[in-house]
Write a protein that binds this ligand. Sequence first.
Ligand SMILES: [Zn+2]
Length: 437
Amino acid sequence: MDRIPLLPILFATTFGLLFSACTQQPTVSEQNVSRIMETLSSDQMKGRHAFGSGIELAADFISAEFENIGLSTLPGKDNFRQEFSIYTLKPKNASIIINNREVGGQYYFGLTNAETVSWTPNNTNVNYISAQDDYRKKFGEYSSDDESSVIVVDGEHEKLFHKYRTYFSRSNRTFELNSEPNDIFVIFDEKVNSYDITLENTVKSQGLSNIIGKIEGKRENEIVLFSAHYDHIGVVSAVDEDSIANGANDNASGVSAVIELARYFQNMPKPERTLYFVGFTAEEVGGYGSKYFSQQMDPNDIVAMFNIEMIGKPDVDGANSAWITGFDKSTFGEILQNSVSDSNFVFYPDPYPNQNLFYRSDNATLAKLGVPAHTISTTPIDVDQDYHRVSDEFNTLDITHATNTIRAIAKAARVIISAEQTPTRILNGEDNLTSNK
Ligand SMILES: [Zn+2]
């Protein structure tokens, strides 16, 4: 065999490696997507209920991934957790005296925001919902105004009153005690002359964490947000001896997208806009993670929000497509659509408008503040047999489809990240969104 001169080969190899290092795009690997989904949906995480025992493992896992990728923390922080507390109030004792008569437990309920609340003629007004009034409408008015009051309801509304009472007597959650007015609704058949009313709640405080990593862009105050909730519904009634709702599709799949997008963009040159990667907590119990997050931000700084939910199964139209909620509310969907038009992947408007999905995930909180905040999903929600059931397991997921969807999101996001394109804001977010809820 002839001797092959070594130097040219070495040179060619080195040059080739260098060359490919300069031009090669980072890729999203099925291996990582699969590993992340499998870990987050394992029984060890106990279904990741926001107030359950498995949620901390999930928070630690996402933090470790962010650390590994090399994301930055928020200013002044040495870890990826955005911590906050939620207070849960439950009715304990009550003493309801009106016109020197005691009112029985069936005939009142309170909407309260403190451990102990007292209503006396010195500190509150009395309002009436008469037999002729529209109960629902009046309830809405009195419960949302800025005043604490005693609302006396005519016995004609007893049936509806008991429905409301059942609902509102369970528990109430708040970020801050004593931050809202307190109302008490009472069925009473006379005009009120005197009253002395006290309600006591048990109060429990629980700590929660959003997980936030960042890639600093050239423009500090133009933020592109990639998010997914990492909590799920936890342990539920057993089906075939399985009681852990693993939440593989909902929403370990979305979190795998956020982590892999972080890895993808970390391997790209410094972006023009700043990127936030967020795992929201407590979506399933009322969206508290995204609510808290939005209160810490100036919404005007957020240029776009890619919220990702349930991309583990292709929609009925097949793989290589994903839909976007609230497509007509900003130009976000159109931008994504156009950015992948040279590929075989399609973004299209949410095909399930009756499900009100635009209002049912963490994007809604930011959209209310004007942010073009949309949810990207692929699961046929109307027929999916695993949604919020113990059967939402890792082995039902289509990893190739999820990976392709993440790749398409990465590709589509590039024109927004580079500031070549900016989606329009959502107009009148507050009015638009609350009336539709
Ligand atoms: Zn979800």
